[in-house]
Write a protein that binds this ligand. Structure first.
Ligand code: NDP
Ligand code: OXD
Length: 309
């Protein structure tokens, strides 16, 4: 019997437990899901950071920690975690992120807020350029960024992407590393941030880099809060250099009530809802990784502990 510890909140257990049991049975695995196993008996840990589990040292036989979240910054540096760590790459999560990003890019591109937020009787027309005349840059070309970039290119946008390593994605102008950053920044009429939170990406969007973006840039951040130096962004918004920002993720979540982003006329705050891990598809990914672990095959979506994602 394979023992799978569900280290999540109660609500997450209710959402993921039954479909995970079904996916494991479908994969032909005899597994017991639970929360009360003796640590030394646990074969796999299905994990979310909201569980509060922080000390993995007693899990001496555990073959892998399988994160239900895509972002692993809260666990990747945990020194008690010595077994393999996988992150979530879920078709449902990806589809949700693509929809959220495409929605906000179109909103900025079409200046939809002008009409939606109009409060007086002004018959004033505004004409958006067509998508090929709009340069969108997606920072981060991983599971989520590449999918979002390809959908935006499919809508006709002039799409560039920036990543750590070189990429070749049809329809996307791929830039990478320090050498490609200045060009990526200078092209970003609309910037989408889909980078992980690592020591290399913290405050990547700071006074110097924001200044390299075209005047009037709009920023969409569903990646992680620490990617942006908040004081630098507030200053760039005040100066009008950055025209607007839609922020889904923050250094502190929930975003504190007194934070200037809430009341800022040129900031839209969304409460970390860009994309959710979907139980119906993500549980298949977890079951496949447990099957692989039992078969001695390499795990999918292994986190590189040195790079931090
Ligand atoms: P991936 O690991 O698949 O992709 C990360 C991308 O970032 C890769 O293209 C990687 O480059 C690039 N990258 C990492 N470090 C650097 C660097 N120093 N310089 C340049 N590029 C870098 O992650 P996902 O696409 O699955 O997810 C991205 C992030 O989205 C998650 O880490 C999480 O923070 C966030 N997220 C937010 C959600 C929300 O609801 N708001 C939901 C889910 C995820 P390379 O390809 O060369 O490795
Ligand atoms: C994730 C998230 O990382 O929801 O999966 O932010």
């Amino acid at each position: 019997m394979i023992r799978v510890l569900i280290a999540t909140t109660q609500a997450e257990r209710e959402r993921f437990g039954p479909p995970l049991e079904a996916a494991l049975a479908q994969a032909g695995l005899k597994a017991a899901l639970g929360t009360e196993f003796a640590p030394e008996e646990v074969d796999y840990i299905v994990y979310t950071p909201t569980s509060g589990l922080a000390d993995f040292s007693a899990f001496i036989q555990t073959k892998a920690v399988l994160s239900l979240w895509a972002g692993v910054e809260r666990i990747v540096g945990n020194e008690t975690l010595t077994m393999p760590l996988t992150r979530m790459v879920d078709p449902g999560l990806t589809a949700g992120m693509v929809e959220w990003v495409a929605g906000h890019v179109l909103r900025y591109h079409l200046d939809t807020d002008i009409d939606v937020c109009r409060s007086d009787a002004r018959w004033e027309k505004h004409l958006a350029p067509l998508a090929p005349e709009r340069s969108v840059v997606v920072f981060g070309l991983g599971a989520l960024g590449a999918a979002a970039a390809q959908t935006l290119a499919g809508l006709g946008f002039d799409v560039s992407g920036w990543s750590r390593s070189a990429k070749d994605i049809p329809g996307i102008k791929c830039l990478h590393g320090d050498a490609g950053l200045a060009q990526a920044l200078s092209r970003a009429e609309i910037a989408v941030l889909l980078l992980p939170d690592t020591p290399d990406t913290t405050n990547l969007f700071n006074a110097q880099t924001l200044a390299q973006m075209p005047r009037g840039t709009r920023i969409i951040n569903p990646g992680r809060g620490p990617l942006i130096d908040d004081d630098a962004l507030l200053l760039a918004l005040a100066e009008g250099h950055i025209a607007h920002a839609t922020l889904d993720v923050f250094r502190v979540e929930p975003l504190p009530e007194a934070h200037p982003y809430w009341a800022h006329p040129n900031v839209t705050v969304t409460p970390h809802i860009a994309a959710e891990t979907r139980a119906s598809s993500a549980t298949w990914v977890i079951a496949e990784n447990i099957r692989r672990g039992e078969a001695g095959e390499p795990f999918l979506h292994l986190v590189d502990r040195t790079l931090g994602y």
